[in-house]
Ligand binder design. Structure first.
Ligand code: NAD
Ligand code: TYD
Length: 353
């Protein structure tokens, strides 16, 4: 691939983005990786301490909703490719405050598409706009079936509807303007550096502090969990080898009912903390269900496996165990992100449940 290609990664200070930035900076020293991130509550430059001094890495604090900043970054760095991860990403926050989701996830994406269109040559040679999305755009499954790339969109939360909108807009720029786009839709990620509003790190943090473990409804909802570094590897593969105009579903082939996952996590935590078996399970507290809570997500990832030779590499128990180890040995990280605003978020989110 091209020498000194300038790749803009948006949302690179977030959970998945930081793993993508790390992979690209280390694997492709001849690429210039520019990380554009607004550093919202979810963005944290501490996630990238190990790459911040590398010569092929640069950080730009900017908001994708700010057209001028986006255009300036495109021209300052001669951006040739975009891997777009910046988003408001938490369903519960989208329920209590939807507008910011539509601004960032829709308008922000439109700004990036427009910047790519206006800064790139008309024939788009060597250019790529890769949009990262979620399986939640496909809606909610019953006990049977899986989402394929042809499953009709049926988003049911402000988060998933904002992501669905952006997916449609990205595809419309391919058909209308021939902008060279690619998309992928992935299942739930887990691993190091995930903000503790999401299920797994929230539980790890609460078990460590012996706080109640809030489980929505009866804990019967099912999610398909993927190790975040496997997702980053899939993004690398789709970016380099995926076809323009195409969508790739990415998943872990790893469905877990929430309550079963919580039991496994509790038992692993007891073991690692040297507590008596059953201690953490006593913290489980069933709380009022999430509004519009999607019952089940399951990804059919056979297209990326057969066409691009990608499949998950980390088995769930192993990934969960090393995720717990990461949080337990990075208590400063978690203490830092849970100080300040997190306390307000947590009490508002869980107060009346
Ligand atoms: P995250 O919330 O951890 O990180 C989002 C990042 O985007 C943060 O660094 C934040 O500062 C930045 N950001 C937010 N608004 C911005 C704005 N207006 N301008 C610039 N930067 C902004 O999210 P994540 O879990 O890492 O998800 C990354 C992407 O992957 C999202 O597009 C999400 O929809 C998608 N995705 C996530 C999952 C998952 O399980 N977490 C699964 C599938 C797809
Ligand atoms: P989450 O990590 O928020 O991801 P998503 O909603 O995008 O799938 O939640 C994963 C599952 O865990 C989902 O079914 C909601 C549930 N959940 C709880 O039961 N309690 C919680 O405190 C949270 C945050 C999630």
């Amino acid at each position: 691939m091209d020498q000194e290609k300038a790749i803009l990664v948006t949302g690179g200070a977030g959970f998945i983005g930081s793993h993508v930035v790390r992979l690209l900076v280390n694997k492709y020293p001849h690429y210039r990786i520019i990380n554009l991130d607004a550093l919202t509550y979810a963005g944290n430059l501490a996630n990238l301490k190990d790459v911040e001094g590398k010569p092929n890495y640069a950080f730009e604090k900017a908001n994708i909703c700010d057209e001028d900043s986006v255009n300036k970054i495109f021209s300052d760095y001669h951006i040739e490719a975009v891997i777009h991860l910046a988003a408001e990403s938490h369903v519960d926050r989208s329920i209590s405050n939807p507008t910011g989701f539509f601004m960032t996830n829709i308008i922000g994406t439109v700004n990036l598409l427009n910047a790519a269109r206006s800064h790139w040559d008309e024939n788009f040679t060597g250019k790529c706009f890769y949009h990262i999305s979620t399986d939640e755009v496909y809606g909610s499954l019953g006990s049977e079936g899986m989402f394929t790339e042809h499953t009709p969109y049926d988003p049911r939360s402000p988060y998933s509807s904002s992501k669905a909108s952006s997916d449609h807009i990205v595809r419309s720029y391919f058909h209308t303007y021939q902008l060279p786009v690619k998309l992928s839709n992935c299942s739930n990620n887990y691993g190091a550096n995930q903000f503790p509003e999401k299920l797994i790190p929230l539980l790890i943090n609460n078990i460590r502090k012996e706080l109640p473990l809030p489980i929505y409804g009866e804990g019967l909802n099912v999610r398909d969990w993927l190790w975040v570094e496997d997702h980053a590897r899939a993004i690398d593969v789709v970016f380099h080898e995926g076809k323009f105009g195409e969508t790739y579903n990415i998943g872990g082939v790893n469905e877990w009912k929430n309550i079963d996952l919580v039991h496994l996590l509790c038992d692993l935590m007891d073991e690692k903390l040297g507590r008596e078996k059953g201690t953490a399970r006593k913290l489980i507290t069933f709380v009022k269900d999430r509004a519009g809570h999607d019952m089940r997500y399951a990804i059919d990832a056979s297209k990326i496996e057969s066409e691009l030779d990608w499949k998950p590499s980390v088995q769930f128990e192993q990934g969960l165990s090393s995720t717990i180890d990461w949080y337990l040995s990075n208590q400063d990280w978690i203490d830092d992100v849970t100080s300040g605003d997190y306390k307000n978020y947590y009490s508002n989110q869980y107060r009346n449940r």
